[in-house]
Write a protein that binds this ligand. Structure first.
Ligand SMILES: [Zn+2]
Length: 395
């Protein structure tokens, strides 16, 4: 009798011990979930139970100095995405077929996205409203009311294509400025993104309108450049002609400034490129072998094409300063514009023991007036022009 009592007590103690052990383990596990993995799990649940769709703001417009000519503008387009869990299993093939037909996409790829176990999949970005209207019509006809999202978006458009391309620059697929003014003033132009926040269940299924929160996008500010479109077009036209006529393999630049304010009225660069198609190379030879180039070579050629050489490359001003020397000489009455034979070029001039050559030293310019010396860009004349005496000495 005593023995049975003892064994019952022992069994009871064992059971109690096992229960205690299980309880302790569970408490430790709860502790780990709550305190160690807590914040990570919380954010995972948030991601799973909310559906976050971006609304892109309209990027600011870029105008020329008149404020009338639009150099860059954002047009309204739409972006299509799907919430796979909100599309009924029996509709998935039908939906994929319709989307791939309307947007000219590969059926297999669309079906893969529509069947994916994720909360949102982007199908096609920046398409015209005409196309999305077709999709809306199809959704109406086929009574598909959820799972396909059509959201507002914007697309950058440059009405004058190549005009001032190296100055204006362009934007990337997320409307971010990548080059030129678009990149430099991105903060002003871009605005701030809005969003549609939806509360869903664990599978990503919509919980109706109660859980919807709409934060409107704020559009970007406009920018007015000092560039005048008319002056810019004229400068570009003649720069192109001059580069072609003189076979300038490195291209060229023209800068036109208002002397009273310093405003840049035109900043022309040649060759230029199409801002609406900035990844298409502008050189025929390169275009021909484009597909055979390595990605490094491609990227270097594109960078070269996009660069605004007028501000990023260094150039020794040299002969452009002859204008300052002649203006000063005229203002001081040292010489006049057309005193025929006033100066003489012998191919070089000696300054403190150093012989400085004229660029045409092999066939010196001979006797010249100031106007002729400027036209010839003759170095010895302008070196000698510093004082009246020096000027006479040349003669
Ligand atoms: Zn000379």
């Amino acid at each position: 009798m005593k023995a049975t009592n003892m064994s019952r007590k022992k069994r009871l103690r064992n059971i109690l011990f096992v229960c205690f052990l299980i309880c302790t383990l569970l408490i430790i596990r709860v502790g780990i979930i709550q305190f160690v993995q807590g914040s990570e799990l919380q954010s995972m649940a948030y991601t799973q139970q909310t559906l976050n769709r971006k609304i892109n703001p309209k990027r600011g417009t870029i105008y020329d100095s008149t404020g009338k000519n639009i150099l860059a503008v954002s047009a309204s387009v739409e972006t299509v995405s799907v919430t796979p869990s909100n599309i009924r299993k029996e509709d998935k093939e039908k939906v994929s077929r319709a989307i791939s037909d309307i947007f000219n996409l590969e059926y297999e790829n669309v079906f893969k996205k529509v069947s994916k176990n994720s909360s949102i999949e982007t199908i096609v970005k920046k398409v015209d409203k005409e196309q999305t209207d077709k999709l809306r019509e199809w959704m109406n006809e086929n009574n598909i009311i959820s799972g396909i999202n059509i959201d507002e978006d914007t697309k950058r458009y440059y009405p004058y294509a190549t005009l001032a391309s190296n100055v204006i620059g362009f934007t990337g697929s997320d409307n971010q400025g990548l080059e030129g003014i678009e990149s430099r003033y991105d903060d002003i132009l871009k605005g701030s993104t809005g969003k549609i926040l939806k509360i869903t269940d664990a599978r990503g299924t919509d919980l109706g309108n109660e859980g919807e929160d709409y934060i409107a996008a704020i559009d970007g500010d406009d920018i007015v450049l000092s560039i005048d479109m008319t002056i810019q077009s004229i400068a570009e036209k003649y720069l192109e002609q001059a580069c072609i006529d003189n076979v300038c393999t490195d291209g060229g630049n023209i800068l036109i400034a208002n002397p009273k304010t310093g405003d840049i009225l035109a900043m022309a660069g040649y060759p230029n490129y199409d801002l609406n198609n900035p990844y298409k190379i502008n050189e025929e030879d390169l275009e021909y072998v484009w597909d055979t180039l390595s990605s490094k070579d491609k990227s270097e050629s594109l960078q070269q094409m996009w660069r605004n050489k007028a501000i990023s490359d260094t150039y020794e001003p040299g002969s452009t300063f002859k204008l300052l020397t002649s203006s000063a000489a005229l203002e001081e009455g040292i010489t006049d514009t057309d005193n025929s034979g006033e100066f003489a070029c012998t191919g070089s001039i000696n300054i403190a023991g150093t012989r400085i050559k004229c660029w045409r030293y092999y066939r010196p310019h001979g006797s010249q007036s100031l106007r002729q010396a400027l036209m010839n860009s003759c170095n010895p004349v302008f070196i000698g022009l510093r004082t009246k005496n020096r000027c006479r000495k040349i003669l």
